[in-house]
Ligand binder design. Structure first.
Ligand code: PMT
Length: 401
């Protein structure tokens, strides 16, 4: 359930430099008519005073586990029952670890254990801490328990390093919690997206394909729709519902996909090639099911190269702004940068597809956007959140091109 007027929202503030952004979050929640109370951890008070948060929330800030002023002397239970939504922003690596372990050694961690409210965390930390496997495991555990993870963003950090770990902008956190569409910067724009695998038939029942589920492409379509775009989604064989409002064209092979793209690309402002297109297809497609023979234990299938859809669009004279993906099991960045040039596109989103944790089929992804002047990391998150982040960066890059 989204936040709305009169919703009782508890903002938890933990001890990181991003705590200076918490008053702004409180204000954005109050703008939406929410009743906001704030709980600060001990560490948070090193970065911001309770008085500031009291002034913006209009309520006393809660700090102590044992509160003599609380009706039953048990502030954590009262607050846990009061809250309909809890959002912890910033959520430090330490606090995330505490939540994952179920520890209850201060007011905030205790009330989170005692509540039935929806919980969201907006992580903020040094980029190395964000990328540490412990943090990733803790967050994945929290997500499995239904905790919503918002962000973080990527960029310059207070510690002087650059990378993922910046707390998501407070306006964006409030917007996401309110279920409102983010600003609609794609209104009036047409977006053409390929998604899913292709199926390259050998005979009527067998073919060559891959593990793409279509989730990343569909998430980009949904995010583009939420940003106001008109979306055409050319999809290989997947079991996903069409995002509401998208025009979907179902295809099977790379050649079908190319035809559908060529029919729609002239009116597109953005072309996003997310599909995992088979690079080769069988030269001959048997009309009947190929039979096993006793003559040999081996069988040879001759393959021929498929057309490269992204490179074809990249070579067009008045082409749309082009974004490709690179699914790599090694040297992601170097391979992705080579594709950027070879396919003559504007951005390549490099993602790791190695091992069980790879992007194929998963609900989560992390990508590095490789463009002609640098790289932008979008850290692990659910594919819709990654897609929203991608569109934000794509638009910035396209508008500055
Ligand atoms: O569908 P999911 O399960 O959510 O998984 C998402 C994903 C891993 C499939 C997706 O994030 C991804 O990485 N897609 C690209 C996969 C791929 O085939 O990469 P590639 O390195 O082979 O191709 C590079 C780019 O050229 C891609 O944009 C691809 O769409 C495009 N291409 C490739 C070959 C070809 N013949 N035509 C193309 O257009």
């Amino acid at each position: 359930m989204f936040i709305h007027k009169n919703k009782r929202v508890l903002v938890g503030v933990t001890g990181g430099i991003a705590a200076y952004k918490s008053p702004e979050l409180v204000r954005r929640l109050k703008d939406r008519g929410c009743d906001v109370r704030v709980v600060m951890s001990e560490g948070a008070k090193a970065f911001i005073t309770p008085l500031t948060l009291q002034a913006v929330s209009g309520n006393k800030v809660h700090e102590e586990l044992l509160d003599e002023e609380a009706e039953l002397g048990m502030g954590h239970i009262e607050l846990a029952r009061w809250a309909e939504q809890i959002v912890i922003a910033p959520a430090t690596a330490n606090f995330i670890a505490k939540l994952a372990a179920g520890r209850a050694d201060d007011l905030l961690s205790t009330l989170v254990l005692a509540t039935s409210a929806e919980i969201a965390v907006a992580p903020a930390m040094n980029q190395q801490m964000w990328q540490h496997p412990s943090t990733a495991e803790n967050l994945s555990l929290l997500q499995d328990r239904g905790v919503r993870v918002i962000g973080p963003g990527s960029g310059d950090q207070a510690c002087g390093e650059v990378g993922p770990g910046r707390m998501t902008d407070p306006t964006e956190i409030a917007t996401l919690l309110a279920g409102e569409a983010l600003a609609r910067p794609l209104v009036g724009k047409r977006v053409l997206i390929t998604a899913g695998p292709t199926w390259e038939a050998m005979d009527p029942v067998r073919g060559i394909t891959n593990h793409s589920s279509g989730k990343m492409g569909f998430a980009l379509a949904e995010a583009a729709l939420d940003c106001g775009a008109e979306v055409t989604l050319v999809s290989g064989p997947v079991h996903l519902e069409t995002p509401a409002g998208a025009t979907r064209i179902d295809v099977r092979s790379a050649q079908n996909m190319l035809e559908a793209v060529l029919e729609n690309v002239n009116s597109a402002d953005y072309f996003v090639a997310v599909a995992a297109v088979a690079d080769y297809r069988p030269i001959n497609v048997a009309e009947q099911k190929i039979k096993k023979t006793d003559e040999s234990d081996e069988m040879t299938i001759r393959l021929v190269k498929n057309p490269d859809i992204l490179a074809t669009v990249g070579a067009m004279p008045n082409r749309p702004y082009c974004i490709g993906f690179a699914a790599e099991t090694e040297n992601q960045i170097a391979h992705a940068r080579a594709k950027l040039t070879r396919k003559n596109v504007d951005i390549i989103a490099a993602n790791n597809v190695a091992g069980d944790e790879g992007a194929f089929g998963s609900d989560q992804n992390a990508v590095t956007l490789i463009h002609h002047n640098g790289e932008i990391e979008i850290p692990t998150n659910d594919k819709y959140a990654v897609a929203i982040s991608m569109w934000r960066h794509i638009l910035k890059l396209a508008n500055s091109a």
